[in-house]
Design a protein around this ligand. Structure first.
Ligand code: PMP
Length: 351
């Protein structure tokens, strides 16, 4: 923290132009490339402004013909869709809003809609939010997009499973779930898509992906300490066994399935997400009685189980079991759920 590698300085104090910091950012980039098997024709950027800034940055850079397709499966997908509509025609390809985003629309329907739209008037890209943090759903497969590039917000499932990077034109994630501290957004983009510069000439220089790529994420002072922390996390993921079946992905489903099994055998709790759409990162559930839900959340805190109150758009509870959560943590929650149910076995259940 205070003396990085004998430099006598914290990463927080050193110049982002120094050879020492250059080593840190280059190592972080190489590690994420190795972890995710990112092909050479994709650029990796470490930007600021959160995933939210990219809701605007993506259309500003890449809505070249002024028409892009959005699949709205939750709050963040909806925000991206609304932001895109400021810059061109945002085509709503599918939505699960009618059932409060408890599922991912069927892939065959999404793919058919993409094909139909693209045949009429080409789409610049298809946009999805791969894991829906608030609602606890995720895409278990990707839509067929033909020649249209697929863009994905993977903020809340980043580094929790392997991704076939070549199936995407652009992938991005805020770091704060699985990759480090808030304040870094990792953008992985195919270089031909940004070669011509932003679609909107008036796009702020900071959001110009071509320039950011040319400047290797150092158009201005990057979040040096945040990038250093990301590098540490990439290294930890690698040491723990990487992303594939034996490591992050397997651990993810071990954690999530312990909670889903508890929910499926419960008479008190009900899962918000439909079975085929369940997220491995965010498990959303409720009793159906707001007072009982509040009692559950308050009791959890007494057991040192924090942050299980559901987002206000869903209510109930949410367990975010990101990579840093251990099986021991999840066991404690599952055990508390069972104890709570035993104590409230006559409690109401309205759905
Ligand atoms: N997308 C997803 C899937 C998210 O979970 C979040 C934040 N929770 C965002 C976008 C917004 O991210 P940020 O706060 O980094 O702008």
């Amino acid at each position: 923290m205070l003396d990085y590698n004998g430099s006598g300085m914290s990463v927080m104090e050193m110049s982002h132009r120094s050879a020492t910091f250059k080593g840190i950012i280059e190592t972080a980039e190489q590690d994420i490339r190795d972890l995710m098997s990112i092909p050479d024709n994709y650029r990796v950027l470490f930007l600021q402004g959160g995933a939210t800034l990219q809701f605007a940055g993506i259309p500003m850079n890449l809505m070249r013909r002024g028409r892009a397709g959005y699949v709205v499966t939750g709050n963040f997908a909806n925000k991206a869709y609304k932001e895109a509509a400021k810059y061109g025609e945002a085509v709503l390809l599918a939505s699960s809003e009618d059932t409060n985003f408890d599922r991912i629309p069927t892939m065959a329907d999404i793919s058919a809609r993409i094909a139909a739209e693209a045949a009429g008037d080409e789409l610049d890209y298809v946009y999805i939010c791969q894991n829906n943090t608030i609602f606890g759903t995720m895409f278990h497969e990707l839509p067929e997009c033909g020649d249209t590039p697929l863009f994905a917000d993977v903020s809340s499932c980043f580094l929790s499973q392997p991704l076939d990077v070549e199936r995407y034109g652009l992938i991005y994630a805020g770091a704060q779930k699985n990759a480090g501290a808030a304040g870094v957004t990792v953008v992985i983009v195919r270089d031909d898509l940004i070669a011509d510069g932003p679609a909107f000439a008036q796009a702020p220089q900071y959001l110009d992906l071509k320039t950011q790529a040319a400047k290797e994420s150092m158009l201005n002072t990057p979040n040096t300490f945040g990038i250093y922390v990301c590098g540490k996390v990439f290294h930890w993921v690698e040491e723990t066994g990487g992303l594939a079946a034996l490591a992050m992905e397997q651990r993810k489903w071990q954690r999530a399935n312990m909670l889903y099994d508890t929910l499926d055998s419960s008479k008190l709790f009900k899962c918000h997400a439909e079975k085929g759409s369940r997220s491995g990162m965010n498990v959303t559930f409720r009793t159906g009685d707001a007072e009982l839900d509040a009692a559950f959340v308050a009791g959890a805190a007494e057991h040192q189980i924090q942050n299980v109150k559901g987002h206000r758009l869903v209510g109930g509870m949410r367990a975010s079991v990101y990579n840093a959560v251990t099986m021991e943590d999840v066991r404690a929650l599952a055990s508390y759920m069972k104890d709570f149910e035993a104590q409230h076995s006559l409690g109401p259940r309205s759905n």
